[in-house]
Design a protein around this ligand. Structure first.
Ligand code: SAH
Ligand code: SF4
Ligand code: F3S
Length: 480
């Protein structure tokens, strides 16, 4: 792509500090994108495809922010875009396989449209075997970077424009947090806000600590400043993001608890709703329960992954709580906040899981009565301690247990969700209904959805809705 090189003076000083350096590269990349536009005869387009969790979704907003700033326009279909980026997840093997499958298809498109660029980033790229495989068998990929240097995106794109080869930049870890870079929100009225990065828990099945690095908390002032800006820009609901928000602030120069941070955020005028995820049961404090109970803004929803109901398995998982401790915590939460909605994550088929262990999981589901639960089949992740544990559970046994668990979870969930029938609740209107455009869809504080007659101008507003009828996992309602 050297032929497209714009005339940028060599004597120009490249800033060494961030984010100034990235703003410099944004300007530089703009020139390359303009040249590309002249070459292909239309404004270049991008498509960012996101796999995995909320953390990745937030990262993708940062990618989109940069791409728009440098002159790309958004394109919905990846096969039509001039720049396709997969922001990958590797938490389970199937997340991984999907990326390879889609890359194969993209290669066929690129053969017809050679100026197309393909970028890969996110958690999968932090695994050395993945990058080796890409280098060997996926030479058509243009740009590969990881989770730690995503803030360098503008610089990396510029590097790709200036080179003829695959650009790969992966960092093992970082203690750096770069603030104040552009980002583009998917919704104008709600936003995710990172409060910390990485994870130090090393649950024995989980790859996240290896691909997201050590735990780092953002400075509370930077978090509050970001939320204030978001609110000034129309945001009414925020979701605070971290792999384990309950250990927020422990490694700050001036340590601060998550509950204290929430109280600071609560003071922000104009902010209506606060959500957060994920909470690790071992670190959920009574202080936090108290703050949630007294808050006017924190939503009545807690995602509290249990993973297993068996104390024996929890020990092998390195979760650092027992079945009894978890149930006791749930009891304390429900006593303090009776209308709280609880959701969870459960893994079936962890190595060594016996029928008795699985019965403990069924038991905890029956006792807690979750509003909903994400159930996962254990997936072996190379490099984690569980991958080399003995007694991996045979597939047929795992599937049979998984089906039993799912049936129970769904039965309970339908019962738990229906208790709100007849109530009038506040909902944040999120969208026009996909199937019926006379309806809009709103989210209650407890995270349940309700569809009710309304117009698009309600989107982003909080309104009172009467819950007429529960339809299993959602409601039909009318404005009160
Ligand atoms: N930090 C969060 C979870 C992040 S990963 C927490 O601790 O709750 C999201 C979920 O994926 C986990 O809660 C777990 O249930 C599931 N998960 C993680 N690794 C897995 C694996 N190897 N196999 C199956 N499910 C897994
Ligand atoms: Fe993975 Fe455990 Fe960290 Fe969650 S807390 S990201 S499950 S290691
Ligand atoms: Fe997946 Fe990475 Fe999130 S592995 S679940 S995208 S932190």
């Amino acid at each position: 792509m050297n032929t497209m090189k714009p005339d940028i003076s060599l004597s120009e000083q490249i800033p060494v500090t961030e984010p100034e350096r990235q703003y410099y590269y944004i300007e530089k990349a703009k020139e390359y994108v303009k040249n590309l536009e002249a070459q292909i005869g239309h404004q270049p387009t991008f498509c960012v495809v996101t796999f995995g969790c909320q953390m990745n979704a937030r990262d993708s907003e940062k990618l989109v922010g940069i791409l728009r700033k440098i002159g790309y326009a958004e394109e919905e279909k990846e096969e039509n875009a001039d720049f396709v980026i997969y922001n990958t997840c590797t938490v389970r093997e199937n997340a991984n396989m999907r990326v390879y499958g889609r890359l194969g298809q993209l290669n066929r498109v690129k053969k017809k449209r050679p100026h197309m660029m393909i970028g890969l980033c996110g958690c999968m790229m932090q695994e050395p075997e993945v990058v080796e495989k890409l280098k060997k068998s996926y030479r058509f990929v243009d740009l590969i970077f990881g989770t730690h240097n995503i803030y360098k995106f503008a610089e990396l794109i510029t590097t790709r424009f200036e080179s003829d080869r695959m650009v790969i930049d992966i960092w093992k870890d970082t203690d750096k947090i770069v603030e104040d870079l552009p980002s583009e929100r998917k919704f104008h009225f709600k936003s995710g806000v990172n409060i910390m990065f990485g994870c130090n828990n090393f649950c024995s099945y989980c790859i996240v600590p290896y691909v997201r690095g050590r735990e780092r908390s953002r400075d509370p002032k930077a978090i509050v400043r970001e939320i204030e800006r978001l609110v000034a820009d129309g945001v009414v609901e925020i979701m605070l993001l971290g792999q384990n928000v309950n250990s927020y602030g422990k490694n700050l120069d001036e340590p601060m608890s998550f509950a204290e941070l929430l109280q600071e955020i609560e003071k922000i005028e104009g902010l209506e709703r606060i959500r957060f995820m994920t909470s690790h049961p071992k670190d959920l404090s009574d202080e936090l329960i108290e703050v949630m109970k007294n808050s006017k803004k924190i939503c009545k929803h807690l995602h509290l992954p249990v993973q297993s109901g068996s104390t024996e398995i929890l020990k092998k998982m390195n979760r650092r709580y027992t079945k009894e401790q978890y149930l006791d915590l749930v009891e304390r939460i429900k006593t303090a906040i009776p209308d709280i909605s609880l959701t969870t994550d459960i893994i079936v088929g962890f190595p060594g899981e016996t029928e008795e262990d699985f019965e403990d999981t069924m038991d905890i589901v029956k006792k807690v009565r979750y509003d909903s639960a994400f159930t996962f089949i254990y997936s072996k992740r190379t490099g984690t301690p569980a991958a080399v544990m003995e007694n991996q559970v045979p597939d047929d046994v795992v599937h049979e247990r998984f089906d039993r668990l799912l049936a129970e979870v769904q039965k309970i969930s339908a019962e738990v969700c229906s208790v709100h029938e007849g109530k009038t609740v506040s909902v944040l209107v999120e969208s026009v209904n996909d199937h019926d455009d006379t309806l809009v869809t709103g989210r209650m504080s407890n995270n349940l959805l309700v569809h009710f007659p309304g117009e698009a101008d309600l989107i982003g507003k909080i309104v009172e809705v009467h819950l007429d009828e529960c339809k299993g996992f959602y409601y039909l309602g009318t404005r009160a």
